[in-house]
Design a binder for this molecule. Structure first.
Ligand code: UGA
Length: 432
């Protein structure tokens, strides 16, 4: 079993570290945030991620998983060094590599001879070379090993991946990285670093394009009177299309798709190719935010617009996570607020009293409630924005009593429309 340093203990780093420890490796996770490391050492998980608490607890107890402050401290005795630091979007749409370069510069002097530095973060095409240059250690190999983890199912995705991609021109280094996954049953694909980096961006941008396409089809279905649920079901039977990632919604978001789609457009532009297809993918998504917000606004009686409010159910970018970054719900919320309508919101993963929403979006003037009925009391519209299971179980008899107007915009097609309709609600879904 190997000794692995994980540099950066966010979503990707923490999941990668805990899963490698679970597979039997000795893992040291590092972060610059002392408070986060203290909490992790006490067994507290800073994020909502199914199954992660159990793995972290298991790793701490067995001694396979440790947390330290500072990358050099983690790397000085490790054989593999996984760079899992953020690569946020810079002002021009390109990824900002400063965290990656700083992490590489910090570990460079302490790396044991013949160890391997692995790029796990989503980094622009060519970054393996950039890291190699910053390290300036000819005795150390830099390998690309992109992550394909979805928030909310990251542990499952790590332990049961569709594939493991390794990018290196050094066969021995590739074999050593592949060895880390020996207990995982998945195809392992070895390619050159630039191709591995491109696979990551191409996969995310393709999925984003698939969703923009589905959302555009949903709009078409509304125009021609088709039911998008049946349309995507019928499409999905074709194995060339596949059943996954065909759910229409309020638009797609999160910390990866928007950033990576913009970054790929930028990478292409810098390489001399105008990938205008991606601009359209992004535009269709923006249009979807607009269209969803318009549905909400259309459901309000204009004569009472100033005195009523909309109840937003769900703020995170999807169910199963507490992540609010680039959330479609927030995008729609912004548009509704901009039209001068008040909003009360509820999300099971965003607590009213912890101040996280206000810290993430200080400009949003929204009242957070601690249950869906408190948000809906006196509201004119119920807007279902995130597909949390608990919204399927809502009591529509109660909703009918407490709301000022019986109107629902179901931006995730979560509900069976007949259930609220039977209670006198006007129901609008997506593409049906
Ligand atoms: C995404 C990719 O799915 C992962 O493979 C990748 O590793 C990750 O980005 C990353 O680059 O780190 P994630 O952002 O966690 O994962 O979320 P997804 O489950 O892909 O959802 C993205 C957005 O698409 C969400 O807003 C979600 O609600 C939306 N979506 C997804 C739909 O609207 N319909 C669908 O059918 C599926």
């Amino acid at each position: 079993m190997a000794t692995i340093a994980i540099i950066g203990t966010g979503y990707v780093g923490l999941t990668t570290g805990a899963c490698f420890a679970h597979l039997g490796h000795e893992v040291i996770c590092a972060d610059i945030d002392e408070r986060k490391i203290a909490r992790l050492n006490a067994g507290e998980i800073p994020i909502v991620e199914k199954g992660l608490d159990r793995l972290v607890d298991e790793g701490i107890r067995s001694g396979q998983l440790r947390f330290v402050v500072g990358a050099a401290e983690a790397s000085k005795n490790a054989e593999f060094h996984y760079l899992c630091v953020p690569t946020p979007q810079g002002e021009d749409g390109a990824a900002d590599l400063s965290y990656l370069e700083a992490a590489a510069a910090e570990i460079a002097p302490v790396l044991p001879t013949n160890s391997i530095v692995v790029n796990k973060s989503t980094v622009p095409v060519g970054s393996t070379r950039v890291v190699g240059r910053v390290l300036n250690r000819p005795d150390v190999t830099v390998v690309s090993n992109p992550e394909f983890l979805r928030e909310g199912t990251a542990v499952q995705d790590f332990l049961h991946p569709d594939r493991v991609v390794i990018g290196s021109r050094d066969t021995e280094a590739s074999i050593r990285v592949a060895g880390l996954y020996a207990r995982i049953a998945a195809p392992i694909m070895v390619t050159d670093p630039v191709s591995a980096e491109t696979i990551k961006y191409a996969s995310n941008a393709f999925l984003a394009a698939k969703l923009s396409f589905v959302n555009a089809i949903a709009t078409l279905c509304e125009a021609v009177g088709a039911d998008v649920n049946d349309v995507v079901l019928g499409m999905g039977y074709d194995s060339r299309i596949g059943r996954e990632f065909l759910r229409p919604g309020p638009g797609w978001g999160g910390s990866c798709f928007p950033k990576d789609t913009r970054a790929l457009a930028n990478i292409a532009k810098e390489a001399g190719y105008d990938f205008s297809f991606l601009d359209q993918v992004l535009k269709v998504n923006d249009d979807q935010f607009d269209r969803t917000a318009q549905k909400v606004l259309d459901a309000i009686d204009p004569t009472v617009a100033a005195s009523t409010h909309v109840a937003f159910l769900g703020l995170t970018f999807k169910a199963g996570t507490d992540d609010l970054r680039e959330s479609p719900s927030i995008e729609v919320l912004r548009r509704v607020l901009a039209a001068g309508v008040k909003v009360k919101a509820y999300d099971p993963a965003v607590m009213a009293d912890d101040g996280r929403l206000a810290r993430t979006y200080p400009d949003l003037d929204v009242e957070l409630t601690s249950d869906p009925y408190a948000a809906a009391e006196g509201a004119s519209v119920l807007a279902i924005m995130t597909e949390w299971d608990e919204f399927v179980e809502l009591d529509f008899d109660k909703m009918a009593e407490i709301m000022a107007r019986r109107s629902i915009v179901d931006a995730r097609n979560l509900l069976e429309p007949t259930i609220p309709r039977r209670r006198g609600f006007v129901y609008r879904g997506v593409g049906r």
